[in-house]
Each structure stands twice: as C-alpha cells, then as structure tokens.
Design a protein around this ligand. Structure first.
Ligand code: DLL
Length: 462
C-alpha cells in the first residue's frame, strides 16, 4: 500500500493527481506553489522573511533586543537561514516572565484576538494575533484540511474546544476558507455529538484522538453503526497518539485518521499536518522554520536525528518567536513526499523533553498541582498524580497525604478539604480531578527523585 485517498487505498503506480482530481473536487493542494516549491527557492524565501522578521523583532520587542545585545548580534548579521543557529532561543518560561503581552511586537490596537493555554497558577501562556496573523492561520489550516483530503463538499464537525484553546476557532476559520460546511459544536456532550454527526451528515471530524475513540465507544453503546453515519476522515491532534491508536480509530469509525500538530505559541493547529500518505507531518515551512536540537547541549542535529523541535516564526506579526523550544521530541526529513509536497516532514511526536502532561488535550505541569497543594493547609508535601485512560478518556487522580490529626477529625472536614483541592485544581487547570486523601507515609518514598507522576496510559499504548 502506498497511499490512501479518502479512506480508499491507492496502489503503487496509481496516478495520484488523477485520483485526487476525480475524488476531491479537483482540489489537490491548497497552495501548490508553496507546498511543492523547490527546496532552494524555499530557502531563499525563508531567508528573506527571516531577515525582515529579525529586524522587526529587534526594534519592536525589548526582550529580544536585550538578548541580541547581550550576545553581540546585530539584525544585519543575520543574512539568512544559515545564521539561524546564532539566534537566541525562546522558552515557555520567557512567555510566562513576559505575561501577558510583553512579547507582542505590535501595539495592542493591532491585536484582534488572544488565545491562551493553561500554565502555572494564574499564569497562562498568552498569544496574540493581528488581522494578518489570522489570515495566515486560516491559510495553514486550509492547507491542513486539503492535505487530509477535505474539500468544500465536506461537512466538518469541529469538536475541539472553542474558547481560549486554539483548537476550535483555529480549525473553524480555516475550514470556512476552504468552503467546508462547519458545525461549530465544540467539545463535550457526547450524545449530542453523535446525534449531530448522524443527522447533519458529518463527513469530517476534528477533535483529539482520545475523544474520537471515546465517541466510537459511545456509538457502539448506542448501537449506532458506521453505516448510519457519513464520516470518512478525522483531523486529530493536540495530544500524542500512537500508530496503534490510529488503527483502532480507523477501524472503529471506518475512517482515515490524519494527524495534525501545532502549538499556541507558534500559531495553534496548522503548524504541520499529515497528507493521506500518512508518512510524516508536512510543516508549513514558509511560515515556521523548524530545527531539531539536542535538548541537553542545544546543538542543532542532522536530518533524521531525533531531538527537540524548535520553531522560528517568520511571518507572524503579533507574537513572532525566535527559535521557540517546543519540548516536543521528533525528527525531520526533507525528502519529497509521495503526494508531491516538498515541505519538510516531522515524524509523529510521541514524547517531550519536559514533564508536561497532556490530559484530555489540556497541558498540565505537575508543578501546577503542587502549587495548589502548597496553598491547602493540612496537606503534607507528598502526593502522587495518577493519569489513566478509562473508556478511552483520560482521567486524573490525585493521592494526597494529610496531617495525622486531620484523619481523626470529622469526615465532614476531610470532605471539605477534598472539595477545596478538587475545586482549586479544576479552576486553575480546567480539568476534572478525583482527589483521594491518604494517611501520612502511605505514598511510597523514593531514594532519588520522588515519583510524582504515574502515567498508566503509557502501558496502554505502544
Ligand atoms: O494543542 C494546538 C492544537 C489544537 C494542535 C488542535 C492540534 C489540534 P497547545 O494547547 O498549545 O496547542 O498544546 C501544544 O500539544 O507542544 C504538543 O506537545 C502537543 N501536541 C499538539 N498536537 C500534537 C500531535 C494545541 N499531533 C502541545 N501529536 C504541543 C502530539 C501534539 N502532540
């Protein structure tokens, strides 16, 4: 098998263009000029954009100007992509330190939208978009959807959350740009999702892969068969998922499952996406230049070597970022894909170089939970975070040791402490948690680093 087109398998030797012409309303690439550009022309384009962006960032963002000055670099020193390695890195901590708007490169009157992802108590990562940034976002999502074989004939159910999370609105506007019929249902309310899918003739589903599995399971429970719905393709991302999970989703929903990758800091979804060949995610390199570095030495790695993914945005106006460390681990290939696209491809991301967990699509750092516990009197500094997957949905449980005297207190007091922790975690992280209070010394002590997180999902996947 070489490649799949809309759930159907193409054989070696098939003429992809002809196939796509007949099956996908004539749309093969959203932007063929860029998606199939020669590598040398792309490099020229990137270099030109990088030079302009460095100039802009140096004069408009004091944080970067200081970094450049400290490193003794002037904007004119950056001649092109070959000089990327000389530029300073940016981290999530830098965004937090400059919370909420200090890294923006334009006056606030030019910012027309903000999004945010969760962060340590009260401090989320805030990102801002100008009108032009929103245009770029729609463009890269249009490429993403077209890459997945979605056309204006499709009906897309957008079950990513709408709101501060970038998933819902990001996919929404790109889908409208393509002319797809959009059902902006947002996340949750599974019963309704299934009813809408059936009644509205949904052909494409956009949500996290774990939610897709959950929907499949609910459909089975409700005796809704794949033949009862028109779904043929899924646009899944926002969390790591394995090839095994892909197989399970494809079989249970009878669809082609496409992996899409992105992060709020860079733009949201639309940074990279698979085509129907499902062999790596095409990076929208004319907007986001990727590098792979060794997360320890910070030295750039070669094509094919696994390391941490770093992006430099070269067109973003609101929040341009230089060498942003994603913490996602992957490798790159610059080989042309069978679909004809020449943009670099990244391997599926399955790991991170930090301790961030992604629970039901929400980014959670153990330190956020620790911060909540520190503020709760009566708890000991011993806790364990247990992440599991039940009925294809992530669950978060917290084991917390409480001071001895609390246990001899009335049950009412313990219940109120539990409720306090639960409420604090939920309001700070936006995710539900099951809290269990336990006696002192119940949680196993470690001789080295405390094992704070038990992620049982790792045992479920390969
Ligand atoms: O998750 C943006 C997004 C929305 C992507 C919808 C795809 C679909 P954040 O909330 O900022 O943004 O989380 C970004 O999620 O650094 C990865 O660790 C992880 N992630 C996103 N997509 C994938 C994927 C959105 N396809 C963080 N595979 C990233 C693995 C992913 N991890």
């Amino acid at each position: 098998m070489l490649c799949r087109e809309a759930g159907r398998q193409l054989q070696k030797g098939d003429n992809l263009i002809k196939e796509a012409d007949t099956t996908a309303a004539g749309v093969i690439y959203w932007n063929e000029e860029i998606e199939c550009i020669s590598r040398s022309d792309l490099r020229k384009l990137q270099s030109e954009k990088l030079r302009k962006m460095v100039e802009r960032i140096y004069y408009n963002v004091p944080f970067y100007r200081k970094k450049f000055d400290e490193a003794g670099i002037k904007p004119q020193d950056v001649k092109g992509v070959e000089d990327l390695h000389r530029l300073p890195f940016t981290t999530k901590q830098d965004l937090r330190d400059n919370y909420p708007y200090s890294l923006f490169a334009v006056p606030m009157k030019e910012i027309v939208r903000v999004h945010a992802s969760s962060g340590t108590t009260g401090k989320s990562t805030v990102v801002g978009y100008t009108k032009e940034d929103l245009e770029i976002w729609s463009e890269v999502i249009a490429r993403t959807l077209t890459c997945a074989g979605v056309t204006s004939k499709d009906v897309i159910q957008v079950a990513y959350g709408y709101g501060l999370f970038t998933g819902g609105l990001g996919v929404h506007y790109g889908a409208e740009k393509v002319g797809v019929t959009v059902i902006p249902i947002s996340g949750g309310n599974t019963r309704r999702q299934i009813q809408v899918m059936r009644d509205f003739g949904t052909t494409a589903l956009a949500c996290t892969p774990s939610y897709a599995l959950y929907l499949a399971e609910e459909m089975q429970d409700q005796k809704v068969r794949c033949e009862d719905i028109s779904l043929r393709v899924g646009i899944f991302g926002a969390e790591p998922w394995t090839e095994n999970m892909r197989k399970e989703i494809e079989q249970s929903l009878s669809i082609t499952a496409i992996d899409i990758y992105g992060l709020s800091e860079i733009i949201g979804p639309g940074v990279a996406s698979e085509c129907v060949c499902q062999s790596g995610l095409h990076i929208n390199e004319d907007h986001f230049i990727p590098e792979i570095i060794d997360p320890d030495t910070l030295e750039p790695l070669e094509e094919g070597e696994k390391g941490e993914l770093v992006f430099t945005t070269v067109t973003k106006e609101g929040l341009p970022l230089l060498r942003y460390r994603t913490r996602d681990l992957t490798s790159l290939t610059y080989e042309r894909c069978e679909c004809g696209r020449t943009l670099a491809r990244m391997r599926k991301c399955l790991g991170r170089s930090d301790d961030m967990l992604i629970i039901r699509g929400v980014n959670v750092f153990p330190s956020q939970i620790e911060a909540v516990l520190l503020e709760t009197s009566g708890t000991k500094p011993h806790y364990q975070i247990i992440v599991d997957r039940k009925h294809n949905l992530d669950t978060l449980s917290l084991l917390v040791e409480v001071e001895e005297h609390f246990l001899s207190d009335e049950i009412r007091k313990l219940e109120s402490m539990k409720e306090k922790i639960r409420h604090a975690v939920e309001s700070n992280l936006g995710i539900s948690v099951n809290v269990n209070l336990v006696e002192p010394k119940t949680i196993q002590r470690s001789e080295g680093k405390a094992k704070r997180v038990i992620d049982n999902r790792n045992n479920l996947q390969s």
